[in-house]
Design a protein around this ligand. Structure first.
Ligand code: ADP
Ligand code: MG
Length: 736
């Protein structure tokens, strides 16, 4: 039997009564398999003696002699204190709620002691400890490596007993069931691994540190192997065999052949005042090749801020519109062509895309349209009709593009810009739109664009079934943004510098962590910290106008209505507004090449990816651009945290989005990376894709190689892995 098939009820484990079973079930441990896969979060090594004198080195594990009993407190609160000593020191055991220990710990006798000691009131004390009489036969509790389990609130009310309960039950369950656990992983992979039964036994009760490590490696490998089998299968289902040629999707090296450009693509490129960067050209070639090939494309397009992803998206859209024209031979009536939808996370960004589309694509004879949730009834129904009729080829907008009442005639491509801003459910709604296109063309091609580079390990897990294009270069002539740190008290120097830039005709952003104004509680970034001394956008807009009297200042933040936002951005883009006082609404995607200064106040409060995005708003023209990270000292609340310092240092030292993303991962832990929070992708059983990245890669290689030979490779019903993929993959429920 496989471990996961051990679905015998907990009551079948000797010593587990109904009450215990109920309380474990409440913690998600409903049967024997769940109990045995409730892996320890840590282990206590009680094989090595740690005398009292070494209490600082970790839990003490020693033999002590009982010296005296002491009672303190009164009545029901009366508490026993037992004085003990070993060869190295004396100490006191404080026995809260355990008066019965007076009978067990007889003065003058010796016992084995394990406990966590601290120094208090001039003596060594422990309240968390375990004892065992010396005469008792050495039980499991001493002289071994003991598991420490994660405990639910329910189980942890009595700490040592919750642990001991689980230890006892797991031990018993192993005795009853371990021998019936069969190996699961395909035999060729098992040679460096423990047998599954041994691994499960040893993960709970290892006989040595070495065996524990082997057990961990075995279980981690197995888990990651099946994760990757699942990921690989999805990729295969989406794309018939052969497309990946056995190479993991995320590692698909771009082939040398540049896929032919479609007529509309050629048209656009001819009209551009610049040519594509090699990275852009490669990405377009990959996209074209995918769209030529069988099945639906699913591609993650990564490129640092400013690398020119929008243009690639437009070219992909042209290819989608061209797709049916090509097969029809020559240029057919545009109404019969495919449609593309480009979705952005904010109205601001969607509008910017729409304006660019109008500028670049209308001259080619295309009909782009703009759709957001704010469109008024009449305009909206007219637009919806045009989408259903195929009168619109390319639609740009927010997630309103995928509301229930939007029907496409022939949606062939969906581009999700800044994909990390969207949740999984939204992605599902998007893909479902292709299925319900009037022409019934099936799942559309999908491009997800991300300027928050996704660290490799994440790309291989969460996005493991996507192909990846990477634009690794920048349009020529870009000079790296010069970054400076400045203390808030030196802000005047920053203002002086910015004044120079303004006088030279450039523009500047000033970004604040708060909106401000009447409703001072309005944080743009959610947060609860004391914000009394923080500068805010509303308040500073007025001050900036006084500091720079001859340069028009405008204000932008999320509380403004969309019309105001649009007008402000438009004025800034035209250059009638020179200074934008903003919150992080300008963080994503906004493109104003003439802006050369980005000043971020209270920079220590922004996350690394936000700072990188903000800095990416400048340096988009040919001129040298500057980013000032102004940090505050104690006057604005708690002193600069260590993490805050690290972040600023990283920003100072690197311009590379990938380096910054890796640092972010280190600083915040993988669960926090933008957009990944809600996916909970990391909650695997025992493996951690980031910590175990090497194992992940090895497992992935094996999984993909095996799938190559046997696409029907048996997939265990691994609940944890399945749940992780449910949450993380964009392809669930749409049958791709
Ligand atoms: P991002 O990848 O951050 O979304 P954008 O698509 O906003 O970047 O592009 C940034 C700027 O670079 C835009 O002003 C765009 O017109 C310009 N751009 C894009 N591709 C090129 C290129 N090949 N050569 C010169 N400028 C380019
Ligand atoms: Mg962009």
């Amino acid at each position: 039997m496989f471990l996961r098939e051990l679905n015998a009820p907990l009551e079948s484990v000797r010593g587990a009564g109904e009450k215990i079973a109920v309380s474990l079930a409440r913690s998600g441990i409903g049967n024997v398999a769940a109990l045995l896969t409730h892996y320890p979060r840590d282990w206590e090594d009680r094989t090595r003696a740690v005398p009292l004198r070494d209490w600082r080195l970790g839990p003490v594990c020693t033999t002590v002699k009982v010296l005296a009993h002491d009672w303190f407190g009164f009545g029901a609160m009366k508490t026993l204190k037992v004085h003990v000593e070993d060869q190295s020191a004396r100490a006191a055991l404080v026995c809260f709620n355990r008066p019965f220990l007076a009978r067990q710990l007889v003065i003058g006798e010796s016992c084995r002691l394990w406990g966590k000691f601290y120094y208090k009131y001039g003596e060594l004390q422990a309240t968390v400890f375990e004892i065992e009489g010396e005469g008792e036969s050495a039980s499991s509790r001493f002289g071994g490596i003991l598991p420490v389990y994660p405990l639910s609130a329910d189980l942890s009310r009595v700490p040592s007993r919750g642990q001991n309960l689980l230890r006892r039950l797991v031990k018993q369950a192993l005795n009853q069931y371990a021998s019936s656990i069969d190996d699961e992983i395909p035999a060729p992979l098992a040679k460096n691994l423990l047998r599954k039964a041994d691994a499960v036994r040893a993960i709970h009760f290892p006989s040595s540190a070495k065996e524990l490590e082997q057990a961990r490696q075995t279980l981690i490998f197995e888990e990651l192997f099946y994760l990757e089998v699942m990921v690989g299968k999805r990729a295969l289902e989406r794309r018939p065999a052969g497309v990946h040629k056995g190479r993991p999707a995320a590692e698909n090296a771009p082939g040398p052949e540049a896929a032919r450009l479609s007529p509309l693509q050629e048209d656009l490129l001819k009209r551009l005042p610049f040519s594509l960067t090699p990275g852009q050209r490669e990405a377009v070639a990959e996209i074209n090749r995918d769209m030529d090939g069988p099945g639906a494309m699913a591609r993650l397009l990564q490129g640092d801020v400013g690398s020119g992803k929008t243009l690639v998206a437009f070219l992909a859209a042209l290819r989608a519109v061209d797709e049916s024209l090509l097969s029809g031979g020559g240029r057919a009536r545009p109404g019969g062509a495919g449609q593309a939808a480009i979705m952005a996370p904010t109205e601001l960004l969607a509008r910017q895309h729409a304006e660019n589309a109008a500028l670049l694509l209308e001259p080619l004879g295309l009909r782009p349209a703009f759709l957001t949730g704010n469109l008024k009834a009449r305009g909206r129904s007219r637009l919806l009709a045009a989408l259903a009729d195929g009168e619109v080829d390319i639609v740009l907008g927010t997630h309103a593009l995928f509301s229930k009442d939007v029907v496409y005639r022939n949606l062939r491509l969906v581009v999700v810009d800044e994909q990390h801003r969207f949740g999984v459910t939204q992605r599902q709604a998007i893909l479902a739109k292709g299925e319900t296109s009037l022409l019934g063309g099936g799942a559309p091609h999908l491009i997800m664009m991300s300027a928050t580079p996704i660290p490799r390990t994440l790309a291989l897990t969460v996005f493991g079934d996507l192909d990846v294009s990477l634009i690794a270069d920048m349009p020529p002539g870009r000079k790296p943004v010069k970054t400076h740190l400045a203390k808030e008290s030196n802000a005047k120097k920053v203002y002086d510098f910015v004044r120079g830039e303004l006088e030279a005709g450039r523009q500047a952003y000033f970004v604040y962590p708060l909106i401000g104004g009447e409703e001072t509680d309005g944080m743009e970034e959610s947060g609860t910290e004391n914000s009394r001394n923080l500068k805010d956008a509303v308040g500073m807009a007025g001050k900036l106008q006084k500091i720079f009297p001859s340069f028009p200042v405008a204000l932008i933040h999320s509380r403004l209505d969309d019309e105001q936002k649009r007008e402000t951005m438009e004025a800034f883009r035209r250059g009638t507004v020179k200074i934008l006082a903003a919150t992080s609404v300008v963080e994503v995607g906004v493109d104003v090449p003439n802006a050369s200064c980005m000043v971020v106040h209270h920079a220590e409060r922004f996350g690394l990816s936000a700072l990188h995005q903000l800095r990416g708003r400048v340096g988009r023209g040919g001129e040298q651009a500057y980013c000032f990270l102004v940090y505050s000292g104690e006057e604005a609340g708690p002193a600069l945290s260590e993490d805050g310092k690290r972040r600023l240092k990283v920003m100072l030292e690197s311009n590379d989005g990938f380096v910054i993303a890796e640092e972010d991962l280190k600083l915040r832990g993988p669960g926090q990376i933008a957009g990944i929070e809600q996916s909970g992708y990391l909650r695997l059983g025992i493996a951690d894709p980031v910590r175990d990245a090497d194992v992940l890669l090895a497992a992935r290689k094996e999984a993909f190689a095996m799938l190559e030979n046997d696409p029907g490779l048996l997939l265990p019903e691994n609940r944890v892995v399945a749940e992780v993929l449910e949450r993380a993959s964009p392809f669930t429920e749409v049958g791709m």
